[in-house]
Design a protein around this ligand. Structure first.
Ligand code: F6P
Length: 342
C-alpha cells in the first residue's frame, strides 16, 4: 500500500505532528509507504510529490506550519484539474489518500471520495469550527497566543486608561475570541454568532469605566453589526472557495467606541501570529492521535470518513456530515463570558 498525504487551506500548528504520526503508524505498524503531496490539492494537480521516510519526518513534532506546504487550491472547479489528479494518482501509485484540512479541503476530499478514491480526512483549523469534532488541533495554540497577547495589552491599557480592541481570527465562528477572551479576562467579546449593537457595547464599557479606567474588547474578524449583513474586508477578491479576505473590523469598532464613549481607544490586529509558531503540548498530542487514527481508519477501509474527537475518544464520522455546516460557539459558553462584560 502506498498512501498519499496532503495539507490544505490555512496552515496551523500541529500539522507536522500529524504528518510524523501518519508516517510512523503507516511504516512501522502496516509497512506502508507514504507519499507527501506538496502544497495541498495543487501538488496533486501538478504532480509535486516526495517520499516521506521515517528520517524525513523525524524532528518535526514541535515545528509550526507544514513541511509539505499548503494552498487554497480548489481542484474541483476545472475539469482539467480533476483529470490531472486522476492521472497523478495512477502515475504515483497512490492507493489511498489522507487529506488534512478545514471544511474546504475536506469538501474536496468528499468530492474525490464520491469519485471512488479511498480517502480519509483529518480536521484542522485554528478556528475550531469544524462540525463533528469537539476540538481541532491548532486551536489550543492560537488560544494561548491570543491569551498571552490580551495579558500584555492589559498592563498597557491600565497604565494609559485606554480601551484596547483586539481583533482575532474566526471567519464563521468566534471560538478563539470567546475562549481566549474568557481566559484573558476580556470586558467585551464580539463574535460572528451574536450580531453586535455598538451602542450597547459602549454603554457597557462606560459603565465599567465608572469602576475601572480601562477595558479590553476582543472581536472576531467575522463579526457583523446587528444593522448590517456586511463583513469588514481587506480586499474584495474571493479565493477559489468563494471566501473573501476578512480583517479590519477592529479599526471600525475602535473608531466608533472612541467617538461614542470619548475614551481613548487603541486597536491591535493579531492576524497570522495566531497561526504561527510551535504547537502547545495539547495540540501535539491531539494531532498525533488524529494522525494515528487516520491511518488506522484507512487500514479498516473506512473511506469517506473523518477522524474526530468526541469526549476523550477519537472516532470517525462521515465526511458528508462534517462539511454540512460549521460548528458554532456554544451559547452556554458565551453566556459565561457575558457575566464579565462591562
Ligand atoms: O481558516 C483559518 C483562517 O485562519 C481564518 O480564520 C482566516 O479568515 C483565514 O484563515 C485567513 O486566511 P489567509 O491566511 O489565507 O489570509
Amino acid at each position: 500500500m502506498n498512501i498519499g498525504i496532503l495539507t490544505g487551506g490555512g496552515d496551523c500548528p500541529g500539522l507536522n505532528a500529524v504528518i510524523r504520526a501518519v508516517v510512523r503508524r503507516a511504516r512501522i505498524t502496516y509497512n506502508w509507504d507514504v507519499i507527501g503531496i506538496r502544497n495541498g490539492w495543487n501538488g496533486l494537480v501538478d504532480g509535486e510529490v516526495e517520499p516521506l521516510t521515517l528520517y524525513a519526518v523525524s524532528g518535526i513534532l514541535h515545528r509550526g506550519g507544514t513541511i509539505l506546504g499548503t494552498s487554497r487550491k480548489n481542484p474541483t472547479l476545472e475539469h482539467e484539474d480533476i483529470e490531472r489528479i486522476r492521472d497523478n494518482i495512477r502515475r504515483y501509485g497512490i492507493s489511498a489518500l489522507l487529506a488534512v484540512g478545514g471544511d474546504d479541503t475536506l469538501s474536496v476530499a468528499l468530492h474525490f471520495h464520491k469519485e471512488g478514491l479511498p480517502i480519509v480526512g483529518v480536521p484542522k483549523t485554528i478556528d475550531n469550527d469544524i462540525y463533528g469534532t469537539d476540538f481541532t488541533f491548532g486551536f489550543n495554540t492560537a488560544m494561548s497566543t491570543v491569551t498571552e497577547a490580551i495579558d500584555r495589552l492589559h498592563t498597557t491599557a491600565e497604565s494609559h486608561h485606554r480601551i484596547m480592541v483586539v481583533e482575532v481570527m474566526g471567519r464563521h465562528s468566534g471560538w478563539i475570541a470567546v475562549m481566549s477572551g474568557i481566559a484573558g479576562g476580556a470586558d467585551m467579546i464580539i463574535i460572528p454568532e451574536v450580531p453586535y449593537d455598538i451602542h450597547d457595547v459602549c454603554e457597557k464599557l462606560m459603565k465599567r469605566h465608572e469602576l475601572k479606567k480601562f477595558s479590553i474588547v476582543v472581536v472576531a474578524e467575522g463579526a457583523k453589526s446587528a444593522d448590517s449583513d456586511e463583513h469588514i474586508v481587506q480586499d474584495e477578491k474571493l479565493d477559489e472557495f468563494g471566501h473573501i479576505r476578512l480583517g479590519g473590523i477592529g479599526y471600525l469598532i475602535g473608531d466608533q467606541i472612541e467617538k461614542i464613549t470619548g475614551i481613548e481607544t487603541r486597536v491591535t490586529i493579531l492576524g497570522h501570529t495566531q497561526r504561527g509558531g510551535s504547537p502547545t503540548a495539547y495540540d501535539r498530542v491531539l494531532a498525533t492521535r488524529f494522525g494515528v487514527a487516520a491511518v488506522d481508519a484507512l487500514h479498516r477501509k473506512e473511506y469517506g470518513k473523518m477522524v474526530a474527537l468526541r469526549s476523550e475518544e477519537i472516532i470517525t464520522i462521515p465526511l458528508e456530515e462534517a462539511v454540512l455546516k460549521n460548528k458554532n460557539v456554544d451559547m452556554k459558553l458565551y453566556e459565561i463570558a457575558e457575566i464579565f462584560f462591562g
